[in-house]
Design a protein around this ligand. Structure first.
Ligand code: MTE
Length: 328
């Protein structure tokens, strides 16, 4: 979405089979075993087929921990995007604006320790650590579609739990109407291209953030997130364009005002606050009627884009009575 270059599940358990304490212990065991993920995934990446102009064949997938995940009801039947593709064709502008850049550069980001600030309209502003929340609720594997405003899409098994659980943990005041996400800024590890007001910022209305679909995401494909996909924690909002899904979050801010977001700030005409996937409303640069689905096939297929990315049943009621062309 470049504007200006100026600048194996280890175990598959039902949630009823496992307690948070077991989850914690299993995770610790997994950590100690620490698989040579880099080597395994690197080989998988090299095996990925080259798609001219779409997938760069050289990629670096950094070492990942296995996660203990439980199945969920969110399990699309669509063919999945292989990990090698999902982790080599990325938007993470802090690490460069070309699709292969994050895979090459994001390994420099240190994701542990990872303090997280909870600020604004909450009972008690505080700083916690990623470990305080990664085991807070069972981690579900949810297969979601993610649709980028650049008119490509992927189908990925994301691992996390509903953001609503975390929001309850934060104890927002009744006056909080929005949540804002701040991504990390690490000047040593990042390129931070000129022309953007870093840190990357995104936000949601509180009802959107509380919608059970909105996922606080710690992993994908049963492993901790590759850095290029937003380690150690990101958001996935599957009915909105991908840029709403902020990566590598270090601060959750609760406010009564619609928060500033990076893309809206950069070009408010093209990137609205809501940015719900909408095939009836084109972006200035990309038609939103169709998308190129990146899955295991050698060449992406063009398929019609669905309203709310196919999640209308779960989300449309939140926008009843709103003019979606005005509130794009
Ligand atoms: N988060 C940060 N911090 N920086 C970014 O550049 N890009 C967004 C979003 N989150 C971005 C970000 C965009 S445009 C998309 S499409 C998705 O991340 C891509 O997520 P993926 O690379 O895991 O597919």
């Amino acid at each position: 979405m470049l504007l200006r270059k100026s600048g194996s599940l280890e175990s598959t358990l039902r949630s009823s089979d496992i307690t948070p304490q077991q989850l914690f212990e299993q995770h610790q065991t997994n950590r100690r075993r620490f698989l040579a993920g880099a080597a395994t995934l690197g080989a998988a990446a090299l095996a990925a087929r080259y798609i001219p102009g779409v997938i760069h064949p050289e990629t670096t997938v950094h070492a990942a921990d296995q996660l203990t995940v439980v199945p969920s009801k969110y399990n699309l039947g669509d063919p999945q995007t292989p990990l090698a593709k999902a982790s080599s064709y990325n938007n993470f502008y802090e690490f460069g604006t070309d699709k292969p850049d994050p895979a090459h550069n994001a390994g420099k980001l240190k994701t542990s320790p990872w303090p997280i600030q909870i600020t604004g309209m909450v009972k008690k502003p505080r700083t916690i650590n990623i470990d305080d929340i990664i085991h807070y609720r069972p981690i579900e594997s949810r297969v979601y579609r993610l649709r980028c405003v650049e008119a490509w899409s992927m189908v990925i098994p994301w691992d996390g739990y509903s953001l609503s659980e975390f929001i309850n943990f934060c104890e927002p005041l009744p006056s909080a109407k929005y949540i804002q996400f701040f991504s990390v800024v690490d000047k040593k590890a990042m390129e931070l291209p000129f022309g953007y007001d870093w840190p990357y910022k995104e936000g949601l209305r509180m009802d959107e953030a509380m919608n059970p679909l909105t996922l606080l995401t710690f992993g994908c494909y049963g492993q901790t997130l590759p850095n290029q996909n937003g380690a150690p924690v990101r958001i996935i909002v599957p009915w909105k364009y991908g840029f709403k899904s902020a990566k590598s979050i270090v601060r959750f801010h609760f406010t009564d005002k619609q928060p500033v977001t990076t893309w809206n700030q950069t070009d408010g005409m093209e990137y609205g606050f809501y940015s719900n996937v909408n095939p009836n409303y084109d972006n200035a640069r990309w038609s939103q009627a169709h998308e190129r689905r990146i899955d295991s096939s050698a060449f992406p297929r063009s398929i019609p884009t669905l309203m709310f990315n196919g999640y209308s049943d779960q989300v449309a009621s939140m926008y009843a009575g709103m003019d979606l062309k005005k509130f794009y």
